[in-house]
Design a protein around this ligand. Structure first.
Ligand SMILES: Cc1ncc(COP(=O)(O)O)c(C=O)c1O
Length: 308
């Protein structure tokens, strides 16, 4: 992953102001730094045939405000204000394709687990971002392991909210995988069924039909997951999007792939050193991946693109 110092970016939006990159600072006693009490989004801008456009911005904004709800984070900026700030941020830095990171968090005022009178601060950053899981991942697929860390149950912490603190679980699973020579992890839920990747949803292909864990399996309701379900159904595939998937079904799948704003559509070629299907990118994965990249290149489905 490229470091920020190597990137040509200079501006961050913080609480209504555009500030220089180096000045986008918080106090060390910021509540969210201690208790993980922030929520965020990860969004891509694609350089489409019609110019740079934010992909599925409306849905990301919906999830941003919904993630804030269980934590009583009171985001004082409207959708229109956040949209205007984001568009200007991308524009000011001349970014044609990039990643956008909106963040809302309990800030600095007092410190205790209760956020008390800490303010809800909001920031948006944007920077260039390439392929998430490595340069050849999209074409050749990735090797993954089933993590020994389980995903927290949605009865323990809301898994449908994109909360900063939750990502220590993702970090543990992903780093365990990388320490063991794999590119990424698959995380099982408390029941031992397949949940998702540390930052990706998961799809399985069997006998020409698609399966993906349902929302009650402790997953994030992924926007790319929804995109792929739509694209697959439009191509006549049956998608079972409310199922439980057992660990063993991973090994016997014809194809497996990850979806996510960062990972886009990434084939999985091995799980725990067991080859999946033909051990490369499967044909249905390739068809849906092509459909996805054609879509974000063309930018022609108006309701899914917000032009910068
Ligand atoms: C835990 C987790 N699951 C799934 C996803 C995929 O969601 P989306 O497609 O909305 O990026 C992400 C990424 O945001 C994630 O962090």
């Amino acid at each position: 992953m490229a470091s920020f110092s190597e990137m040509d970016v200079d501006t961050i939006w913080m609480d209504g102001e555009f500030v220089d990159w180096e000045d986008a600072q918080v106090h060390v006693l910021t509540h969210a730094l201690h208790y993980g009490s922030g929520i965020f989004e990860g969004v891509r801008v694609y350089d489409t045939d019609n110019g740079p456009a934010i992909f599925r911005w409306d849905e990301h904004l919906d999830r941003f405000y919904q993630s804030a709800k269980p934590y009583d984070l009171d985001i004082e900026f409207t959708r229109e204000e956040l949209t205007e700030a984001t568009v200007e941020l991308v524009d000011r830095q001349d970014l044609r394709s990039c990643y956008i990171r909106p963040l809302a968090y309990y800030g600095y005022e007092s410190l205790g687990v209760s956020p008390g009178d800490c303010p809800t601060d909001v920031a948006i950053a944007a920077w260039p971002w390439g392929t998430y899981l490595g340069d050849d991942a999209l074409e050749n697929g990735v090797d993954v392991m089933v993590s020994s860390w389980r995903k927290h149950a949605s009865s323990q912490i809301p898994t449908n909210a994109k909360t900063t603190g939750l990502y220590v679980n993702s970090m543990l699973a992903g780093e365990e995988a990388r320490r063991n020579g794999f590119v990424e992890a698959i995380v099982l839920n408390k029941e031992g069924n397949v949940a998702e990747g540390p930052g990706e949803n998961l799809f399985l292909v069997r006998d020409g039909e698609l399966y993906t864990p349902g929302l009650s399996e402790s997953i994030l309701d992924g926007i790319t997951r929804d995109t792929v379900i739509t694209l697959a159904e439009e191509r006549g595939y049956t998608v079972h999007d409310n199922v439980s998937i057992s660990r063993g079904e991973l090994h016997t799948a014809d194809e497996l792939f990850f979806t996510g704003s960062a990972a886009e559509v990434t084939p999985i070629k091995q799980v725990d050193n067991v080859e999946i299907g033909n051990g490369g990118r499967g044909p249905i994965t390739e068809e849906l991946q092509t459909a996805f990249f054609d879509l974000v290149e063309a930018g022609d489905r108006e309701e899914w693109f917000h032009y910068v």
